[in-house]
Write a protein that binds this ligand. Structure first.
Ligand code: ADP
Ligand code: MG
Length: 476
């Protein structure tokens, strides 16, 4: 029995490994132990409740595919969760949970021309007409507006999305094109709009589809000579969300078929929502007529989140997961990871995982180690903002003063230290460091660096400051 569970699980792992990146695999799948296989139910042991929830939220589809492949369609998954002993028992104990798919957001059945998929001889007694089919919305309930933090970086896109959700097809934002770099929330926002529409207009058929999937479906329809069914199907949708349309670049057939679907949906006053990693003007390999359609509505971009938004996003996540994390750790994350929300969340998650797995407390040191590993490949450097914050916290000064013109001795000293570390730890130019530290010129920064060096040699207290700050700022 044990043997069998192990074999099945190892095969699942092979499959899973092929479908996610190494880091995630190591973090989330290596620690799992297969316990038993009872007919079609596989029980796996996971190290904590948090771990279980994470798997359920992020990898349930992947796990399902793996299990279906190994055990068949009826496959079921059970978790055995190791819990910390908190009530004076000597041993940690385990509890069992079944895998609980979140309820998908349902569409009503829609009418399809009856010949759809009817292969072979048609029964002459069937009255020609329509038959009802189910369209799964493919929306992820956790990507809601409620979970989407508003910030300067996303204000326009968010409120346009909100307007569209309230009146799908009825605003001039049709299509609504959301564009922006990786991990900035395009997919999340697109889902949020879809979810809101389903909440407000349950009778509407909403469909989310990744551009890549749309493309493969289309190619499949060409292969099986059922393009018409494909087109009919998409023309029935009330709100069509296509994620990452830049994938259509250079794909003429797909662009062509999408053009027709687009026109049909648009003409019927139904809503189209698109996302892309670049603005329409920068989309190479996209037909002109399609590009001009994209520009009919509104293109709204998502910018990299500012500090305040990053902190708010982390806080929201921590709150939702019911975890306790020291404020300084959260701030450290928010200060260090500046350009990508997915990375920000990933860092937080890895931190939680590390701390649960190794039973370590979440401290600033642990965070520094983690982040170092986590973003190693993406050439990360300490930001000037963070340096200023650490220096100001250290001397208990408000950061505005450091950025001001004040000549007060304590402030000048703090400012010089911030400049000194900015020069040491970032690749920023003297001029840009100066600009960010109270609008000074490059000569002032150079002077600050010299002063700090000199004082470190002559003044013991000052050397102490430098030493402490260095420790706080660098990844030991
Ligand atoms: P993109 O599609 O632009 O690459 P995603 O929509 O996948 O980015 O977002 C990456 C991660 O960041 C997701 O987990 C998403 O929930 C989260 N995220 C992005 N923007 C926000 C936001 N404004 N508030 C909360 N979470 C966000
Ligand atoms: Mg995306």
């Amino acid at each position: 029995m044990q043997m069998q569970a192990e074999t099945v699980w190892n095969n699942c792992l092979e499959f899973i490994k092929d479908n996610i990146n190494d880091q995630s695999f190591k973090t989330w799948f290596s620690p799992i132990k297969p316990l038993k296989l009872n007919k079609n139910i596989l029980t796996i042991q996971v190290p904590s409740k948090f771990f279980y929830e994470w798997l359920e939220e992020h990898y349930i589809e992947l796990l399902k595919s793996a299990l279906n492949k190994e055990i068949g369609k009826e496959a079921k998954l059970n978790y055995s969760i190791i819990l910390e002993n908190t009530y004076g028992n000597n041993q940690p104990y385990t509890v069992n949970y079944p895998s609980s798919n979140r309820p998908p957001i349902k569409n009503r059945k829609v009418s399809m021309p009856i010949e759809l998929n009817e292969k072979g001889i048609r029964n002459p007694f069937i009255i020609p007409g329509l038959k009802k089919i189910n369209v799964e919305s493919q929306l992820n309930p956790s990507y809601s507006f409620e979970n989407f933090i508003e910030g300067e970086c996303n204000r326009l896109a968010r409120s346009a999305g909100y307007a569209v959700a309230n009146k799908p097809g009825g605003t001039s934002f049709n299509p609504l094109l959301i564009y922006g770099g990786v991990g900035l929330g395009k997919t999340h926002l697109a889902h949020a709009i879809g979810i809101e529409i389903k909440d407000l207009y349950p009778e509407k058929t909403v469909l989310y589809v990744a551009a890549e999937k749309f493309m493969t479906q289309y190619m499949e329809s060409v292969r099986t000579n059922s393009q018409n069914d494909f087109i009919h199907f998409y023309q029935l949708i009330d709100t069509l969300i296509i994620d990452d349309v830049q994938f259509f670049s250079g794909k003429e057939g797909t662009q062509n078929v999408f053009f027709h679907i687009f026109n049909h949906i648009h003409q019927q006053g139904k809503q189209i929502i698109l996302t892309s990693d670049r603005a329409p003007v920068d989309m190479q390999g996209m037909e002109q007529r399609l590009l001009s359609r994209f520009k009919w509505g509104l293109s709204a971009d998502l910018q990299a989140p500012d500090l305040e938004t990053r902190v708010a996003i982390l806080n929201k996540k921590v709150l939702a997961d019911g975890i306790q994390i020291p404020k300084e750790v959260l701030e450290y994350l928010a200060y260090s990871i500046t350009t990508n929300i997915r990375e920000l969340e990933g860092a937080l998650t890895s931190l939680l995982a590390q701390s649960t797995l190794n039973k370590k407390k979440i401290t600033l040191d642990l965070a520094k180690h983690m982040i170092d590993k986590f973003v190693r490949n993406t050439t990360r450097e300490v930001s000037i903002d963070y340096i200023q914050k650490v220096v100001c916290d250290y001397f208990d000064l408000p950061i505005e003063l450091l950025k001001s013109n004040t000549r007060k001795r304590e402030i000048v000293q703090a400012r010089q230290l911030a400049m000194f570390f900015a020069k040491q730890l970032t690749k920023s130019s003297l001029a840009s460091i100066g600009a960010q530290c109270g609008n000074k010129d490059h000569a002032t920064v150079l002077h600050a660096c010299r002063t700090v060096n000199n004082l470190s040699e002559t003044d013991k207290t000052f050397r102490g400051y430098v030493h402490d700050l260095e420790k706080k700022l660098t990844l030991d």
